[in-house]
Design a binder for this molecule. Sequence first.
Ligand SMILES: C[S@@+](CC[C@H](N)C(=O)[O-])C[C@H]1O[C@@H](n2cnc3c(N)ncnc32)[C@H](O)[C@@H]1O
Length: 224
Amino acid sequence: MASSSPNPVVAPSHIHALLDRLHEESSTQEAALGNYLSGTVSFDDQMRDKFIALDQDKCQFVYQLLRATNGKNVVEIGTSFGVSTIYLALAVGSNLEASGGEGKVIATEKEPSKAEKARAYWKEAGDELVTRHIDLRVGDLIETLKNDLPTVDLVLLDIWAPVALPALKLLEPKLRTGAVILVDNTIESATRYADLLAHLRAPENGYTNITLPYTKGLEMCVKV
Ligand SMILES: C[S@@+](CC[C@H](N)C(=O)[O-])C[C@H]1O[C@@H](n2cnc3c(N)ncnc32)[C@H](O)[C@@H]1O
């Protein structure tokens, strides 16, 4: 009996190879980083050349969820080198092809050098299947998300903790009923995400919540 988990992502082999390579590079970087963070260099400076990509199994789950919900308008809070964005774009592209309509992945990255690298990886994946579904907004997302937002089906929050709640609050007026909010690392970083989790879990704010038992946790919240 096969024991490996099936991969839901429908994509040509060169994209699977690219994704495997990028996840590998990200994991290698994180292992080398360990728990070491310099006290003399700023956090942003230390992270500028790091992927910190969403784990591959989580990316596959997000893809599968988007296919299941036919999500077409997605906001990615924290894009880095654009690994999770590739999954989002593939899912949105397939949903648009299957049932028509309009949609895109709004990606957000404040570091221009990271945005440039993300664009290069998306180009490698392919303009037709990936790049054309992405609207990358470079700069502080608190500014870049102020205007021109569609009604949102899914938000992936994969960002430094202090920015997470302000970002969600910017998007809240645009969330459709049934919109899904995913937040990474909510077990390991529960303390850092305390304000965000308190907001999502307060009954008056209208979300249902579950912590999925992926490594370090993945919160899945639904706007009801
Ligand atoms: C954890 S990484 C995102 C990883 C990405 N989702 C992936 O799977 O490849 C978070 C990114 O958010 C970016 N970021 C942090 N604060 C931001 C802000 N205020 N506006 C836009 N991007 C920001 C960081 O530069 C970093 O690259």
